[in-house]
Design a protein around this ligand. Structure first.
Ligand SMILES: [Zn+2]
Length: 415
């Protein structure tokens, strides 16, 4: 077998997926073995004999791990020493490194068997939810706090060989290594994530900028960074709502604001609650022509509000892509309306031919209908319109662009 392991062109799709599964199984087994070795090295104090003041220092300077990698693996090694039952779960992938570290603060000799069993095959978010439900924290107060200026943060950069200190790092562990406990996973927020597939969505805010963390059953802590303008809006809304919300808590304000926003978005995108306009549903709207997959000579169609509502009711607010095994994508982000039978190939705009897809699957459908090269060319011609502004929004602002400008609901659609 060639050493150029990254050359995979010769594999069939099924062989590629099988190979990926094998790599993942090896990687999980290797992780379990790695932490077992780290635990044993620390137990024997071999890092001290090797002239490193801590296992962390040994991992970073001797083994050339990154600081974060070293922290997480050492933390896991110590956890597995306390709870060896973790080893087979890590090796099988039933519990990931990140999930194990989410469980760490609540594991005891009495509960670990039951908790580890309950955490099998759970995602990080599900593990956090489970921990929050079983070990609830009190509600946090609504606050607005001024953040330090960016250059202030930079000035506190860590010294060489010291543990990096960042907002995502919590208190140091009471251990010999100068290792702090990092946050154990990407934020468990509702932040948009890359949809499945090879198609990248427009830029989103940095994941650390906003997060939603479960703190108890049906209770969450929301944290985000806002600008001065939004702060003024929040405070104005709070003042105007004082009669109904004497405490000034921001949660009811957000709730009422989001009620209005969601209603507006449902009206705009699906015609829910929209007043009927004469002939609107029968009109063609060339301005909404998807600049993407349609052959140039193909006229665009307008999808009637009634059709959109029917599709929404039938599909739910989620992607309807189903794979060969019957698994549904169910992404709720980047949703677009798609013609099952492309409009350019004679497909109509009735509810039977319209479905909800996330952007990644919509573009995959377009690629399957018209070929990847055609879609890539179409995307390239569309890109100037979709470029991101410094604020991270699309040029046509606020995400409405995705739906209304670029085809109303046909972005990447092959119709
Ligand atoms: Zn999807």
């Amino acid at each position: 077998m060639s050493d150029a392991f990254w050359l995979l062109d010769h594999l069939s799709n099924q062989q590629l997926l099988d190979s990926l599964g094998q790599v993942l199984r090896r990687q999980r087994r290797s992780l379990a073995e790695l932490v077992a070795h780290l635990a044993e090295v620390e137990e024997r104090r071999l890092h001290l004999e090797a002239a490193h003041c801590s296992l962390f220092d040994y991992c970073v300077r001797q083994l050339h791990m990154s600081e974060d990698e070293a922290c997480r693996r050492i933390e896991l090694a110590r956890l597995t020493r306390r709870f060896p039952a973790l080893f087979p779960l890590l090796a099988s992938g039933d519990i990931t490194l990140s999930a194990a570290l989410v469980l760490k603060p609540v594991l005891t000799s009495d509960n670990h068997a039951e908790l580890l069993e309950a955490a099998r095959r759970k995602s990080i978010r599900e593990t956090r939810e489970m921990v929050a439900a079983r070990f609830p924290s009190p509600d946090v107060p609504s606050t607005i706090r001024k953040l330090p200026e960016p250059n202030t943060v930079r000035a506190s950069a860590p010294a060489p060989h010291s543990t990096p200190v960042a907002p995502l790092f919590a208190a140091p562990t009471p251990a010999t290594a100068p290792c702090t406990t990092p946050r154990t996973d990407p934020p468990a927020s509702s932040a948009p994530t890359d949809p499945p597939g090879a198609v990248a969505p427009p830029s989103v805010a940095p994941p650390s900028a906003h997060r939603i963390e479960p703190i108890a059953t049906e209770r969450y802590k929301l944290q985000l960074t806002i600008d001065a303008s939004l702060k003024r809006q929040l405070e104005t809304a709070r003042d105007l709502l004082r009669h109904a919300n004497p405490s000034g808590d921001f949660a009811p304000i957000l709730s009422r604001a989001l009620d209005l926003l969601v209603a507006e978005l449902l009206r705009h995108r699906f015609g829910v609650g929209a007043r009927r306009k004469a002939n609107r549903d029968r009109k063609l709207t060339p301005a909404n022509t998807p600049a993407s997959a349609s052959p140039p000579s193909t006229p665009a169609t307008h999808i009637a509000h009634a059709t959109r509502r029917a599709v929404l009711e039938r599909d739910g607010l989620a992607c309807t892509w189903v794979d060969a095994s019957g698994n549904r994508c169910s992404s709720r982000a980047w949703l677009e309306l798609d013609h099952r039978q492309p409009h350019g190939k004679g497909g109509g705009s009735d509810a039977e031919n319209i479905r909800l897809l996330c952007r990644a699957h919509n573009q995959l459908a377009a690629e399957q209908a018209y070929g990847r090269a055609h879609i890539e060319r179409a995307k390239a011609t569309r890109r100037p319109f979709r470029r991101n502004t410094p604020s991270g929004r699309t040029a046509a602002t606020d995400g409405h662009a995705v739906f209304s400008r670029a085809g109303g609901e046909h972005v990447g659609d092959s119709s």
